[in-house]
Write a protein that binds this ligand. Structure first.
Ligand SMILES: NC(=O)c1ccc[n+]([C@@H]2O[C@H](COP(=O)([O-])OP(=O)(O)OC[C@H]3O[C@@H](n4cnc5c(N)ncnc54)[C@H](O)[C@@H]3O)[C@@H](O)[C@H]2O)c1
Length: 615
């Protein structure tokens, strides 16, 4: 593929007709092998003229088959439809009629198909008035975060005929998305962004312009837990969502589909719908719920091959039309049987329920891990035996220091609050236990560390390996490492931290920030407070562990499995301890080296048996 070229827009060119900004169609066409868009007229005015490549000669004999479309064309159906027609008939038909006719007959069902037809017709040397035949879909996403950025990048990659613009109120974040150093670390993300940025994927702070031009608006902004007022500590704070909705209503001049991508309480769509319709100036807004199920660390893989895409909409004909429009976007790469459509409220509850179920599995196995330690059983063996039951399954049964991440706790608290508001205290209490066990697991871990070291870590150096909430991400939101470090600092430990993806600045902010403050846009978080003095951060595991009394493994990074533990042992104070919060080290090998090892839910070292830790 030839790299997409960008052309500066001619100032003032054909005002009133020219769509603002470069039309992505030009980039799409230029990216097709053998095509070059004539640059001195046309596209900005809605016309398309192509130079046919020299090596392809125009068919002079009309009985010849028309040239085939370039490989990987977005349209298979349209091509086969056209191939079924005789070439002479095709060329005799008015090309506009051809395209409109194909649309009406249902043979062409989306912009991608239509684009392919246009390309095909142009290839045959025919000029087409694109204003009449192509209605390009334009997507705008509010929020360039962990969800908005990767999700939109994948949509842009899979739908080259759709223009995708991701906007954010954070200037720094957008600048990072436009640089070589993306603001989030996610395996495979760099490659996806590189392939489509500047072609049909754009990052911008010009929010109002792109919202007003978009056909479909995804809202993927923060939905933090409220820290004050009604529902504090549980309910979702919808400030950012509401301000986004009001802005959409303000700047819109054409009908829009507004898609909830953020995780929101049930019935949020109804509230948003009210804001939009009460301020709509006659514009039709359709609200859809399309919760995101990606997992950080495997986001790109999850987006490429989702278990399911869930779309909830109103059961009216307008609502169903909107559902179909969004379904058509995903249908570019997601098999139809994986796209589930439902009503708005079911979609909203499904997201909260899915996260609650996942977190509940972790708390269940963690609860069993405490029992295993007390009885001498091995939680890994127990989890394996339990997971072999096909009704239960093996995934998400690893005992650990606890779950983290931006979603699980927040979504469960939200669920608890909604249950309470709906007069269901028993249900609320049930889900609250999932969080209680998670907190119990973290304090149990800290108590093990302190109890093993003669009941005090005051002035002792504790090395922390891993700060992110899981491997393959730099995300530290609600990471168990924060609570474990705070617990150790409470006992006056000196902590030395190494994580391959997390910066010192981030760690210092996390340790000094109040609970839930992290879930606000970067520039609106409380100013970075003074650094915690007893904490140092290095970029080297051996440096972090040098001279330490104990090592706590808090993230399951693969590289921690293959560290030279003999070298680490040799450079530590004795007795040397390893507290494995992710069950990744070879316990027997480490004990052979001389370490006293604590591994969650595993038979205890004799040393630890004598020093029981109660949370
Ligand atoms: N992170 C995940 O794994 C995940 C998975 C599924 C769902 N979610 C949900 O998706 C939503 C977003 O999560 P995230 O992890 O991407 O958050 P994030 O904090 O990484 O990103 C949110 C972005 O929205 C921006 N923003 C806030 N208000 C805005 C506005 N009015 N206009 C434009 N931009 C605005 C912020 O500056 C921020 O960059 C949350 O509701 C979250 O619960 C997250």
């Amino acid at each position: 593929m030839r790299p997409a070229r960008s052309r500066p827009r001619r100032a003032g060119a054909r005002r009133g007709v020219v769509p603002p900004g470069p039309w992505p169609l030009e980039n799409v066409l230029n990216a097709l092998p053998g095509f070059r868009v004539k640059s001195d007229f046309g596209l900005f005015a809605g016309e398309c003229a192509l130079y046919r490549p020299k090596q392809v000669s125009k068919p002079t004999n009309f009985s010849e088959q028309p040239p085939s479309l370039p490989p990987r064309s977005p349209s298979v159906r349209a091509v086969s439809a056209l191939r079924a027609l005789h070439w002479r008939e095709v060329s005799a038909i008015q090309e506009i009629w051809l395209c409109e006719g194909l649309c009406r007959s249902g043979m062409v069902s989306c912009a991608g198909d239509l684009l392919a037809v246009v390309v095909w017709v142009c290839f045959c040397g025919v000029r087409v008035d694109l204003r009449k035949v192509v209605k390009m879909v334009k997507i705008c996403c509010l929020g360039a975060g962990y969800v908005g950025g990767p999700t939109m990048a994948v949509i842009a990659l899979k739908c080259p005929a759709i223009e995708v613009v991701v906007v954010d109120i954070s200037v720094v974040r957008i600048a990072a998305w436009n640089s070589d150093q993306l603001p989030i670390y996610e395996p495979g993300l760099d490659e996806v962004v590189k392939q489509c940025r500047g072609r049909n994927l754009f990052f911008s702070t010009d929010i109002e312009k792109h919202v007003s031009e978009a056909d479909i608006i995804f809202v993927s902004v923060n939905t933090p837990t409220k820290t004050r007022g009604l529902g504090a500590g549980k309910a979702a704070d919808l400030t950012y969502w509401e301000s986004a909705a009001r802005m959409i209503a303000d700047v819109s001049k054409s009908d829009k589909i507004v898609v909830e991508k953020s995780t929101v309480p049930v019935k949020t769509a109804e509230a948003i719908e009210k804001i939009l319709t009460h301020n709509s100036k006659g514009i039709n807004f359709q609200i859809l719920s399309n919760p995101e199920f990606l997992a950080e660390g495997t986001a790109i893989q999850d987006l490429f091959k989702p278990d399911r895409v869930l779309i909830g909409g109103r059961e009216t004909s307008e609502g169903q039309k909107a559902v179909k429009a969004l379904k058509d976007v995903y249908a570019h790469w997601v098999p139809e049987d994986r796209i589930i459509t439902t009503n708005l409220w079911s979609a909203e509850i499904s997201k909260l329920a899915a996260n609650a179920f996942l977190a509940q599995r972790i708390s269940s196995v963690n609860a069993i891990s405490a029992l295993c330690e007390a009885t001498g059983a091995d939680v890994t063996e127990v989890a394996y035996a339990v997971g072999r039951d096909s009704r239960i399954g093996p995934k998400f049964l690893n005992a650990s220091v606890g779950f983290g991440g931006s979603c699980f706790q927040k979504d469960i608290l939200n669920l608890v609050y909604i249950c309470e508001c709906n007069g269901l205290p028993e249900v609320a209490h049930y889900w609250k236990q999932v969080i209680k066990i998670n907190d119990y697991q973290k304090s149990r871990f800290v108590n093990r560390v302190v109890a093993s070291m003669f009941n005090t870590v005051s002035g002792k150096k504790i090395a922390v390996l891993g700060f992110a909430f899981k491997k393959d991400t730099g995300d530290t939101r609600e990471t168990p490492a924060i609570d474990v470090c705070k617990g150790l600092l409470g006992d006056k430990a000196a902590i030395s931290i190494y994580d391959p993806q997390v910066t010192e600045d981030q760690i210092q902010r996390d340790l000094a920030m109040n609970k839930f403050d992290w879930d606000h846009p970067l520039h609106l978080q409380p100013m970075s407070p003074t650094a915690v003095k007893q904490v140092s951060v290095t970029w080297d595991a051996y440096e972090a562990t040098k001279g330490a009394h104990g090592v706590c493994i808090l993230t399951e990074w693969d590289e921690f499995k293959t560290l030279d533990y003999q070298r680490i042992y040799d450079n530590m104070q004795k007795p040397a301890f390893v507290f494995d919060g992710r069950n990744i080290v070879n316990v027997d090998k480490l004990r052979e080296i001389g370490f006293i090892v604590y591994s969650i839910g595993k038979p205890l070292d004799a040393w630890l048996k004598d020093m029981p830790a109660v949370a």
